[in-house]
Write a protein that binds this ligand. Structure first.
Ligand SMILES: *[C@@H]1O[C@H](CO)[C@@H](O)[C@H](O)[C@H]1NC(C)=O
Ligand SMILES: *[C@@H]1O[C@H](CO)[C@@H](O)[C@H](O)[C@H]1NC(C)=O
Ligand SMILES: *[C@@H]1O[C@H](CO)[C@@H](O)[C@H](O)[C@H]1NC(C)=O
Ligand SMILES: *[C@@H]1O[C@H](CO)[C@@H](O)[C@H](O)[C@H]1NC(C)=O
Length: 193
């Protein structure tokens, strides 16, 4: 005989049985609550730089830089980690900057509003950047993203849940080496400053 049946005898009746039933339901209630939470929680979408190429800083086999080309190409990945919902981006503003080590400041070198970008940069001090990478070190660029996102919950199908609108302002520093690519293999995830 289990505790439930003993309890039922002690309290004589249906009331206790009912309580017993409720208590036995707790684990399954917790499980469904957990699954509900997993399904409906929201994440800020992850934005990362997967590829970053600066041909002007690509050293040739004889150790010189031949290409005079201000083009910088990068791949911006917008990933939605939410299981359940649509994330919609308004205009995505992308700002590209260069880090001036001498004054510890970034300055803008390009501006666009698309996701896969090939930018004709301006104002990069190429001579200094080349010296920095020749040192076996890296020179630092930065990409900032400024956008408004709408998150539409699946719950909106059942209840009147307001579409969530947020401003997203994130960025990441990108070290570039003497092959003219980011020195880190993995994608660089943007974060809030
Ligand atoms: C660098 O140069 C090599 C060959 O010279 C080329 O294969 C490679 O794609 C170049 N990389 C970039 C980032 O331009
Ligand atoms: C710092 O370096 C930049 C080029 O990267 C140059 O234009 C600027 O004049 C330098 N500033 C100082 C204070 O040396
Ligand atoms: C090159 O590296 C040396 C030693 O690490 C450093 O003192 C120097 O400032 C570097 N030069 C440039 C241009 O970054
Ligand atoms: C993006 O840039 C444009 C032009 O500079 C500006 O009008 C717009 O408000 C910006 N969008 C965001 C979300 O900041």
């Amino acid at each position: 005989m289990g505790r439930c049946a003993e309890g039922a005898v002690a309290c004589s009746g249906c009331c206790a049985c009912f309580l017993c039933g409720l208590i036995m339901m707790i684990p399954s209630l917790m499980l469904s609550g957990y699954l509900f939470w997993i399904y409906f929680r929201t994440f800020t979408p992850s934005i990362s730089i997967e590829m970053f190429e600066v041909p002007a800083l690509n050293k040739t086999s004889n150790g010189a830089f031949n290409i005079i080309d201000p083009t910088i190409t990068f791949d911006l990945r917008l990933k939605n980690e939410n299981l359940n919902e649509g994330v919609f981006y308004d205009n995505v503003n992308v700002t590209l900057s260069y880090y001036h080590a001498n004054i510890s400041k970034f300055s803008p070198i390009g501006n666009k509003a698309r996701r896969v970008e090939s930018i004709q940069s301006y104002g990069v001090p190429w001579d200094i950047a080349k010296l920095e990478v020749l040192n076996g070190s890296t020179t630092t660029f930065r990409v900032d993203v400024n956008t408004r996102i709408k998150i539409r919950h699946l719950l909106a199908l059942f209840f009147s849940v307001n579409t969530q609108r947020t401003t997203l302002d994130v960025g990441v520093n990108i070290p570039v080496n003497d092959q003219g690519i980011k020195s880190v293999k993995k994608g660089l995830r943007m974060s809030i400053d």
